[in-house]
Design a protein around this ligand. Structure first.
Ligand code: CP3
Length: 468
């Protein structure tokens, strides 16, 4: 019998493991024992001690049902990172292996007893079948919510982000109040700017402002990439959230925990423009200048963003969302020339940590096929494109998240209901749809409407699956 392409991939992994063993790596790769050790799928069983994720999950391989189960090796729980750093990244490159692994939709590769298997959010990220469509919301913890406003009365936004107890509380309160299937850690996109050496503040009514925006190669050369440890308050908050949600919920589902970071373009645009921008003139000038400034900035940002994402994964994030909120300002040519490669590198490095990556942007209809080339597991869609058209543009190899217009949450209930139904019907129960908004919840949104949407998604998607 010929060796299947999937098992060839496994043999490559085994070879890599042997090679690394020869390199003298000693610690244990927990996955090889975890699959059997934690049949109940409790998050507590896979969290703490920095052990939650695995090379094999990144590779979408299943060691339990595999015809060639992998042997136990005394290995590092940071194997994927070490492999990357050892320069053999191609072997753990999920984009490469996606082609040899069986497609999720038709052949689920993670059994229900595995922790991933008990989270409908994570299963949907990996295009596995789910009992119903998972749902969460961009900016689900924010000013529209009275509980958040009450905390905000006593603390600045940055104080909340930098105090793990408060950030965790805000994250947990929003997820529980709404009854969603995933909790996104309360933090802000711009936090990594501080350890890089750029001060910023949030000015009421105007959004973020960077005190000294970067405009020259010299300034970029001076940016620091060695102080990402200053951001571990986010990881500490994730640990608290993970511990709070360590057990499956009443319906047996394990709530997903989402960490996040900015994509290099969107963060660079804040650093260069100094804040929100309409035309991105300074950022684009730097892209076009060809003096080496832009590639150096991308490289430095990727160093910091990867380290930051890794801290979050080690703390218990099940998934990382990469926000490229303003990428829609780019032409396809500019995206491909200046952003696709660094973003792909970031996505693939995070995937190699063993977690799915959601890549999100706004006004991206023309960019979707290029964004899919990053090999992100999930692409976020905004509301301007019908979900089925967006999914078609991306192709079947990627899950989708979206895409209700956040302003539809202000509509009368019958209109809102029809929009929710429309999105679910365009997704038509296909594996790999995560219900969300096309962008963040805005202040003033009625909380009860958000809760109603969760209820509808649950009801309608359950009903459609039972009638399939
Ligand atoms: O539940 C959640 O999603 C909240 C956590 C969160 C915040 N910022 C807290 C926050 C997340 C995921 C972000 C990401 C973020 N921050 C993005 C990407 C997401 C997106 O919407 O595209 C961006 C572009 C930023 C930068 C940023 N932070 C802006 C532009 C603003 C001002 C927005 C405004 O309406 O004033 C912020 C401030 C901010 N970050 C708020 C919150 C809850 C609101 C301000 C406050 O509480 O004082």
């Amino acid at each position: 019998m010929p060796i299947s392409r999937g098992s060839q991939a496994q043999h490559r992994v085994i070879l890599t493991v042997y090679r690394l063993k020869l390199l003298g790596l000693r610690k244990r790769l927990p996955f090889f024992c975890a699959a059997g050790a934690h049949p109940d799928g409790h998050r507590s069983a896979r969290r703490g001690s920095g052990q939650p994720h695995t090379a094999l999950r990144a590779l979408h391989l299943n060691p339990i049902t595999s015809p060639n189960p992998l042997p136990h090796f005394p290995f590092s729980d940071r194997l994927p990172v070490l492999v990357w750093k050892a320069g053999v990244s191609s072997i753990l490159n999920a984009s490469h292996l996606k082609h040899v692994a069986p497609p999720f939709a038709s052949e689920p590769t993670v059994p229900d007893s595995h922790p991933v298997g008990s989270s409908r959010f994570l299963r949907a990220c990996l295009r596995q079948t789910v009992d119903r469509t998972p749902v969460w919301f961009l900016r689900q913890a924010g000013r529209y919510m009275p509980e958040y406003r009450a905390v905000r009365k006593h603390h600045t936004l940055l104080e909340i982000c930098r105090t793990p107890e408060i950030a965790a509380e805000v994250t947990i309160t929003a997820a529980e109040r709404l009854g969603v299937d995933a909790a996104i850690i309360f933090a802000d996109l711009l936090l990594p700017l501080t350890p890089m050496g750029l001060d910023f503040e949030f000015v009421a009514g105007e959004g973020p402002q960077v005190h000294t925006p970067i405009r020259s190669l010299e300034h970029i050369q001076a940016l620091r990439t060695d102080r990402t440890a200053d951001l571990t308050y986010v990881a500490r908050a994730i640990e608290k959230v993970a511990s709070h949600f360590s057990k499956p919920r009443a319906d047996g589902d394990q709530l997903g925990i989402i960490g996040f970071c900015g994509a290099p373009f969107t963060l660079a645009s804040y650093m260069i423009e100094g804040g929100s921008s309409r035309n991105y003139i300074e950022a684009k000038k730097m892209m076009y200048a060809g003096d080496g400034a832009w590639p150096l900035l991308m490289e430095k940002l990727n160093t910091v963003l990867f380290d930051y994402a890794q801290q979050q994964v080690e703390a218990g994030a099940d998934c990382i969302q990469v926000f490229d909120s303003w990428v829609g300002a780019l032409s396809v040519t500019d995206y491909r020339q200046f952003c696709l490669a660094p973003t792909t590198e970031l996505v693939q490095r995070i995937k190699a940590l063993g977690v799915p990556v959601i890549y999100f942007g706004v006004e991206t209809a023309s960019l979707l096929p290029s964004m899919a080339e990053t090999t992100a597991d999930v692409l976020g869609l905004d509301w301007r494109i019908p979900l089925d058209q967006g999914w078609q543009a991306i192709g079947p190899g990627c899950a989708v998240q979206g895409n209700l217009d956040p302003i539809a949450l202000f509509a009368p209930l019958d209109v809102l209901e029809s929009r929710v139904r429309e999105i679910l019907s365009l997704a038509s129960g296909r594996a790999g749809h995560i219900f969300n908004l096309g962008h963040g919840i805005v202040p003033g949104t009625p909380v009860e409407n958000v809760i109603q949407v969760v209820e509808w998604v649950r009801q309608f998607s359950l009903a459609s699956r039972t009638t399939l």
